[in-house]
Ligand binder design. Structure first.
Ligand code: AMP
Ligand code: MN
Ligand code: MN
Ligand code: MN
Length: 278
C-alpha cells in the first residue's frame, strides 16, 4: 500500500500555530503516514514532534526550512532527514534567528513611524518565544484591525515598498546547503513558483542549487496550481532532482491549507522517498 507523505509543515517552533504534539495529532487525523516538520530557521520543535510521532504511529522526517538570500530574492531551502544536533547547522540557524530578532525590532520601528505603536510586543503575543516572524506581526496587525486577514496584511504592510518591510540578508545558498549536508540531510528548494522568477532566472537558481549539491525540488505545494505542479515536475526531471510534496501547513486558522490535502506527485517524478527505507 502506498504511504501518504507531507514533507513541509510548521509548528510553534517557528510561525505555525500548533505545538508539535498537536501538529502530529492533526497529521494522524488526516491519515498522513510520513510528516516532515520543517520550521523556519529552527529545529526546537523536533524533540516533541518525535515523541508524539512515536506515540501515534506517524513517521517523522526531521526537517528545517532555511531562509536564503539568492540574488536579492528570498528563497527557502528545506533540509529533510537532518540530524538536528549538528553544530554547523545549529550555528548557522542561530545566526539567522539573531538576524530575525534585529529585523523584528526594525519592523516595529518602521511601523511606529507609520503610526502603529507596540508592534514588536504585539507580535510576540502570537509567538512561542522560539523566534519572531512576519507571520506574528501579521496576526497582531489583523487583530488591531489594520487589515482584514493574513493575506491582506502582507500586501498592505509587510512586503517590498510597504511601511513594515525590512530588506533581509539571510544565508547564502551554498552555506544553507552545506549546513544541511553537514547534518546528514537532503536539500530541497521549497515552493519554487512562489519566487516569481522568470524562466531564465529559475533555471539559474536550480543550476546553482545543483552545483552546491542540492538534490530536491518541491514539485507539489499548496502554493502551486495544478499547472505549476506539472511545470515543476518537468524542471525536476530536467535537472535530475528528486520531487517532494508538501502542504506548508501553518495551522487551522489558514483555512485554505490542510495537512496532506495537496495533489499527488505528477507522473514521471522521482519521489524523494523512493530511496527511503521506512
Ligand atoms: P519571515 O520568514 O519572517 O519573513 O516570514 C515569512 C512567512 O510569512 C512565510 O513563511 C509565510 O508563512 C508567511 N507569508 C509570507 N507571505 C505571505 C502572504 N502573502 N500571505 C500570508 N502569509 C505569508
Ligand atoms: Mn511561514
Ligand atoms: Mn517557505
Ligand atoms: Mn514553509
Amino acid at each position: 500500500m502506498s504511504l501518504i507523505y507531507d514533507l513541509h509543515s510548521h509548528s510553534t517552533a517557528s510561525d505555525g500555530s500548533l505545538r508539535p504534539k498537536a501538529l502530529l495529532a492533526r497529521a494522524k487525523s488526516q491519515n498522513i503516514d510520513v510528516l516532515a516538520l520543517t520550521d523556519h530557521d529552527n529545529t526546537a520543535g523536533l524533540e516533541e514532534a518525535e515523541a508524539a510521532a512515536g506515540d501515534l504511529g506517524v513517521k517523522l522526517v526531521p526537517g528545517v526550512e532555511i531562509s536564503v538570500t539568492w540574488n536579492k530574492t528570498t528563497v527557502h531551502v528545506l533540509g529533510l532527514g537532518i540530524r538536528p544536533q549538528n553544530d554547523a547547522l545549529q550555528s548557522g540557524l542561530r545566526h539567522l534567528r539573531e538576524f530575525r530578532n534585529w529585523r523584528g525590532e526594525e519592523i516595529s520601528r518602521r511601523l511606529a513611524k507609520a503610526g502603529i505603536d507596540g508592534a514588536l510586543d504585539g507580535a510576540k503575543q502570537y509567538a512561542s518565544g522560539a523566534l519572531i516572524s512576519r507571520t506574528h506581526f501579521a496576526h497582531f496587525l489583523v487583530a488591531q484591525g489594520h487589515a482584514k486577514d493574513l493575506r491582506d496584511v502582507f500586501k498592505k504592510y509587510l512586503v517590498h515598498n510597504k511601511p513594515g518591510h525590512v530588506p533581509g540578508q539571510w544565508a547564502d545558498l551554498a552555506s544553507a546547503v552545506g549546513w544541511i549536508h553537514e547534518a546528514g540531510g537532503i536539500a530541497v528548494i521549497a515552493h519554487p513558483v512562489r519566487y516569481k522568477l522568470s524562466a531564465t532566472r529559475l533555471r539559474q537558481l536550480l543550476g546553482e542549487f545543483k552545483e552546491c549539491g542540492g538534490k530536491g525540488l518541491e514539485v507539489v505545494s499548496s502554493s502551486h496550481s495544478l499547472d505549476e505542479c506539472q511545470a515543476m515536475a518537468i524542471q525536476a526531471k530536467n535537472f535530475g532532482f528528486y520531487a517532494t510534496r508538501g502542504s506548508d501547513y501553518h495551522g487551522p486558522e489558514h483555512t485554505w491549507v490542510e495537512l496532506g490535502k495537496i495533489p499527488p506527485l505528477p507522473a514521471g517524478c522521482n519521489p524523494i522517498w523512493s530511496q527511503w527505507n521506512l
